[in-house]
Design a protein around this ligand. Sequence first.
Ligand code: HEM
Length: 234
Amino acid sequence: MEIALFSLDGFMFLLRWLHLFFGVIWIGHLYYFNFVQGAFFAETDASTKSNAIQKLVPRALWWFRWGAMFTMLTGVIYLATKGHRDGFEIFATSWGVAILTGSTLGLLMWANVWFVIWPNQKVVIASATQAASGGTALPEAAAAGARAGVASRTNTLFSIPMLFFMGAASHLPMAVNPNANLWIITGVFAVILGALELNALKGKTGVMTTIQGVVTSGFSLAGVLYILIEVLTK
Ligand code: HEM
């Protein structure tokens, strides 16, 4: 008896399933932080906010960062398995262009979680804990919170085109010319995404400050990246 799940395709399907499970955990928390918690913190009283930073935020951040880690791992293992099974020239197809775009966005987001948001949030949590136990707040906490905020807003911005291209890989066939020079699109995307990531590391939230602003920007970025692919891969 052949059992579908006990094959390479079955293994890849299990990876995809786990990838979606962890992805929901990660992006669910990202949207909770950006769409719910920020507005609540802005209007609640100081002691409720301090309590939440000490007892709620660390729990949410635990699910958030480990969700990110396992989403990334299952995605990368899937990529490697598919490359191994189908040959690495698969990355120069419609599937490849879409999944490499989605994965680049996802990997930038993962790096922002682990190397920007989490280290800065640890400072914010330590500061609130110290202040609540009679000490003084850490002087660097405000800047740390602001930096985590810009990176988090950038991840919300990236998440919208990221989901578009993740889904597009297997469900939106694009007419990518096998003779197209894919270095052009790679260079253009490196400039656009590099500039946005640089802003996450050094800049301000700007148009992403409001929920409407970040969501509108995310859909616009998805549209721009998609049009560039259609134009530059012919
Ligand atoms: C962190 C880096 C990430 C990498 C390297 C990655 C990689 C992949 C790969 C290789 C696929 C399979 C594409 C295919 O053959 O159809 C995929 C699909 C997908 N991924 Fe990701 N991914 C990442 C992050 C995310 C995140 C954060 C989410 C959020 C939920 C996500 C959601 C999806 C979805 C919805 C699909 C489509 C599944 C389908 O069409 O059946 N991915 N990803």
